[in-house]
Ligand binder design. Structure first.
Ligand SMILES: C[S@@+](CC[C@H](N)C(=O)[O-])C[C@H]1O[C@@H](n2cnc3c(N)ncnc32)[C@H](O)[C@@H]1O
Length: 282
């Protein structure tokens, strides 16, 4: 075994402990290039030196930076438009009818990366001011990575990021160009709160969520970790609340208390078993 092989084993374990994600043998090649920038930044020469530094130093930012360099933060506005159309036309009207007396809607974007998913949800509400007038809409957006949450809180995007998924009218209607990039307006940011949070930890405090989006996060969890994640998502959701996973995420393991929507792939209801629903594959 080469010294860096041992270092890679230690990094794989650190990453799994911090995020629940296991880097499989065929994806380990990504570790060295992903950490090259951090080695340059810290002046360390090899992954083995990095492990020595991790053991020696009690600066908690270094292990955090290692983990953050390995996370896949890919996201863009209205990723999978048809899912947002379904949320807008089917899920929100049902939840709105159920919440009509209290006029409050709580949404969780779990694994929100740099915030585009949460702001896309906010745009759905902001696009229909008469429908949501008088409602208290709270979108809580969380991610295990401090770096992406710091970015999301600025809500300012490059020309490349703003054009990924947004039409010109959305771009000009909800963002303004600043020297630092395209900044989301208060109409959106007032609805969204960003926090660092690990999906495997107890859910964010507060009332249960009506709708949870956890898309493209569970992909690299093994079956047991996915089951733990479903337990957390279930704890966070109100009975009959909706859960939306990524389109490509097959629920092969236990989906806890969630029941799959027979019509829309990737959509689940907490504890439901109506005629249009089938129990998710166990
Ligand atoms: C590929 S991005 C998906 C972003 C967005 N949900 C979307 O679909 O466009 C996955 C995000 O999940 C976050 N993540 C990974 N493991 C996590 C965990 N255990 N708890 C919270 N967030 C996690 C990553 O940091 C990353 O930002």
């Amino acid at each position: 075994m080469q010294p860096d092989d041992l270092a890679i084993d230690i990094i794989v374990d650190l990453f799994e402990t911090q995020t629940g994600q296991r880097i499989s043998a065929d994806r380990r090649w990504r570790i060295t290039p992903s950490l090259a920038g951090l080695l340059r930044e810290t002046g360390l020469e090899s992954l083995s030196d990095l492990i020595v530094e991790l053991t020696r130093s009690d600066d908690e930012r270094l292990p955090r930076k290692v983990v953050e360099a390995l996370l896949n933060n890919e996201t863009y506005f209205f990723r999978d438009r048809q899912v947002f159309d379904h949320v807008d036309k089917v899920i929100l009207p049902r939840l709105a009818a159920e919440n009509a007396s209290r006029r409050r809607m709580r949404v969780w974007s779990a694994g929100c990366s740099t915030g585009q998913e949460a702001l896309s949800l906010a745009m759905l509400f902001a696009s229909q001011p008469s429908r949501w007038h008088g409602w208290q809409v709270e979108i809580h957006a969380t991610d295990v990575s401090h770096a992406v949450i710091d970015f999301a809180r600025r809500a300012t995007y490059s020309s490349f990021q703003i054009q990924r998924g947004l039409g010109v009218s959305e771009m000009l209607g909800f963002f303004r160009e600043t020297p630092g990039g395209w900044q989301a307006n208060r109409q959106l940011t007032d609805m969204v709160r960003f926090d660092v949070h690990n999906l495997l930890a107890p859910p964010p405090a507060g009332e249960a969520f009506d709708l949870v989006l956890c898309r493209n996060v569970l992909l690299y969890f093994d079956a047991d970790t996915r089951a733990r994640a479903f337990a957390r998502l279930s704890e966070a959701s109100r009975p009959d609340g909706e859960l939306v996973l990524g389109g490509g995420e097959l629920v092969l393991g236990r989906a806890g208390t969630f029941t799959a929507d027979a019509q829309m792939h990737g959509v689940f209801r907490n504890g439901a078993g109506g005629p249009s629903r089938t129990t998710a594959a166990a």
